[in-house]
Write a protein that binds this ligand. Structure first.
Ligand SMILES: *Cc1c(COP(=O)(O)O)cnc(C)c1O
Length: 361
């Protein structure tokens, strides 16, 4: 039996009737922009996370741009962030006029470390963007001890928790989420949110998402048009109560891989905190050959970040020539293998058998 890289459909099947009813209700309600569903989703997401404020925006990239601007990112400001992440993390920094400064990651966790961030700090560094990559939780508390504001890119970490139990996305001064359909909490199109413990920051992000205005009459800032759609919010409200259950399914799948002996053939991902396993990413010296062998057995895999950001063409102006050995190691050897809330022990055993049969040493 083939095993897909992810399965976003099966977990939604039991909710199909409720989603359709909610869609019809929202269409008939006639409020499509910043109505009651957005307000309710913001309150429910804040309660779920344990966040003081959440602000719904159009997507996870805009969430980063708005949060960065509210934190003061702009010309003359350096923002330290990992090179091993989705392009949007660095793109958002450059869009504000600030300079992305790339730091290394620990290839075992795929996340930044206090040492790797410290090595990249410049006199102009005001913000560190901690990316919770693949669902692992970056060490935000230790980064704050370096005396910089920490913005969490929690796009891949909805439902992940730090070792002390706090949710990813409530650890730094502000955080961002993406509800792109394949994320752990996925909408039916683009959607995102900013969370923050800071009242003034929340107010600025609220203004920035609506053209820099509080009252829609006076325009105080050059802002954006970046609202979370009422339709997406209405549907996300139905999904949110299921997020923890889905993530428990992901955690069980991760345990099933380990129990089936996957670690005898590849390097398993090292959990940082209590990850919600957005992706399950192993390392192997011959990752591309492994991908080809698994594809032959009908097993989906993907190398997400073979070319890290400091070597992407658009980031050439920001590549400062420093070596990022942990990044290069992770970029060369990582491979995402199937992960979803409904990946059971039989499928995990099938994947492990195929990895063993690939016999790449
Ligand atoms: C998905 C993602 C984003 C961007 O989110 P969009 O909703 O697609 O704009 C940003 N950062 C990371 C790490 C992501 O995985």
């Amino acid at each position: 039996m083939p095993v897909p890289l992810f399965d976003t459909r099966t977990p939604l099947e039991p909710l199909r009737a409720a989603l359709h009813a909610k869609l019809a209700e929202t269409l008939d309600g006639g409020r499509y922009i910043l109505g009651p569903e957005v307000a309710a989703f913001e309150a429910e997401l804040a309660a779920y996370l344990g966040a003081r404020h959440t602000i719904g925006v159009a997507n996870g990239t805009d969430a980063l741009v708005l949060a960065l601007r509210a934190l003061g990112a702009g010309p003359g400001v350096d923002v330290v962030l990992p090179s091993l992440t989705f392009y949007a993390s660095a793109e958002a920094v450059a869009l504000t006029g600030a300079r992305p400064v790339f730091c290394d990651v620990d290839p075992a966790t795929f996340c930044v470390t206090p040492d790797s961030v410290q090595a990249a700090l410049t006199p102009a560094t005001r913000i560190v963007m901690a990316v919770h990559l693949f669902g692992n939780v970056a060490p935000v508390q230790e980064l704050e001890a370096l005396g910089v504001a920490v913005l969490e890119d929690a796009a891949q970490a909805a439902g992940s928790r730090a070792a002390d139990g706090r949710h990813a996305g409530t650890l730094g001064v502000a955080s961002t989420f993406s509800f792109f359909p394949s994320k752990n909490l996925g909408a039916f199109g683009d959607a995102g949110a900013v969370a923050t413990r800071d009242d003034a920051l929340a107010e600025t992000v609220r203004m920035l998402r609506f053209h820099g205005s509080r009252d829609k009459e006076t325009f105080e800032l050059i802002g954006h048009n970046s609202r979370l759609d009422e339709l997406q919010a209405a549907l996300l409200r139905l999904l949110l109560p299921h997020l923890d259950g889905w993530n428990d399914g992901r955690r069980a799948a991760a345990r099933a891989y380990a129990d089936a002996g996957l670690g005898e053939h590849v390097t398993l991902p090292e959990p940082a905190g209590d990850p919600a396993w957005h992706l399950y990413v192993i390392r192997h010296p011959r990752a591309d050959a492994l991908a080809v062998a698994l594809k032959g057995q009908g097993i989906g895999t993907k190398a997400y970040y073979r070319v890290p950001l400091h070597r992407q063409p658009a980031m050439a102006p920001y590549a400062d020539g420093r070596d990022l050995p942990g990044t290069e190691e992770a970029a060369r050897t990582h491979l995402a293998i199937p992960m979803s809330p409904v990946l059971g022990p039989e499928q995990a055993a099938e994947v492990v058998a195929a990895v063993r049969d690939a016999d790449l040493g």
